[in-house]
Design a protein around this ligand. Structure first.
Ligand SMILES: [Zn+2]
Length: 321
């Protein structure tokens, strides 16, 4: 879902999350959890000495020796911590499925949560691969999910942009698989309506997270090109709120929350720039590549979301218009 950046370089840099259904907030280095809550996301700073899978123990360790036993115990606890992190992911996923099921039904809820999970794992695995410690994803019903990254996240704009876009790219690919499967079926075959509906939402989630405003993924990606994209993002979110306000629809409280989180994060980024604390700017060529990748993903998600809706309507399955 969504992610955000710390207002100051000293703050832990949270990392994006995935947000869904509509506006939620996911990743926020400084926004998530809200500052001052004293909440430390699970997994933070736990990589290190006790990294999982590395069973300590000198080759010559004595059998039954005190040190050997201690090391074995430490390895065991490290493993518990490792699985415990994903244990929290699993528990919160089940809770999220239950919550979404109240609205969308069980099958759709499972599909939705799995797409969000793939999105989050895109951030998680890319982050680990790039040497930035990151916690396992934690789901918050109706808000999406988020992960929390170590301090290194915002020190390198290119790396931050890659970790940020890895989520939407992963979620997009998972959704694309669902969409392609639906296309390959006979129009009214069982599961086709479900698959097109799920792909519609999946592409929507990707698109929403690409809004160029911190702490959303799109904000992190476009900030690598120019921090001014964030202003466009704030305007987009504000416009969505205004259209809901004047439209016949109910104003989504998540949209208000994300605008507040976004405003806070964007202010922090500009403040860091003013104080000369932001990461060094990237070469123009790198910025052009990042911008091109962002626009391509944005365009593809938008196009496929609209095509998914078109297939649903064309077959009289659902009218999303
Ligand atoms: Zn994300």
């Amino acid at each position: 879902m969504i992610e955000r950046m710390p207002a100051t370089p000293e703050a832990p840099a949270p990392h994006p999350g995935t947000i869904y259904p509509p506006p939620g907030a996911g990743y926020a280095p400084g926004s998530y959890p809200p500052p001052g809550t004293g909440y430390t996301p699970p997994g933070w700073g736990q990589q290190g000495a006790g990294a999982p899978g590395r069973a300590p123990g000198p080759p010559a360790k004595r059998r039954g020796g005190f040190v050997g036993g201690l090391l074995t115990a430490m390895a065991f606890v490290a493993k518990l911590g490792y699985f415990g992190k994903f244990g929290l992911t699993a528990i919160t996923m089940v809770v999220a499925v239950g919550a979404y099921a109240l609205i969308f039904g069980w099958a759709f809820a499972v599909g939705l949560v799995l797409i969000i999970f793939v999105h989050e794992m895109g951030h998680f695995l890319t982050s680990r691969a790039m040497g930035v410690p990151m916690s396992a994803p934690v789901f918050i019903p109706f808000l999406g999910a988020f992960t929390t990254a170590g301090r290194g996240l915002t020190s390198d704009r290119r790396r931050e942009a890659i970790i940020a876009i890895a989520g939407p790219v992963s979620g997009f690919l998972a959704t694309l698989a669902v969409y392609v499967w639906a296309l390959a079926q006979a129009p009214l075959a069982q599961g086709v309506a479900f698959a097109f509906s799920l792909s519609y939402f999946g592409f929507f989630i990707t698109l929403f997270n690409l809004i160029p405003m911190l702490p959303l993924d799109g904000g992190r990606v476009t900030s690598a090109v120019s921090k001014w994209f964030n202003l466009a993002g704030v305007v987009i979110v504000a416009a969505l709120l205004v259209s809901e306000w004047f439209g016949a629809t109910v104003v989504n409280p998540m949209l208000i929350l994300i605008l507040i989180l976004g405003g806070y994060s964007v202010w922090g980024r500009f403040q860091a720039a003013r104080l000369g604390r932001e990461a060094p700017p990237l070469p123009v060529r790198t910025r052009v590549l990042i911008g091109a990748g962002y626009i391509a993903l944005l365009a593809l998600s938008g196009l496929l979301m609209s095509l998914s809706a078109g297939w649903l309507s064309a077959h009289g399955l659902v009218n999303l218009a």
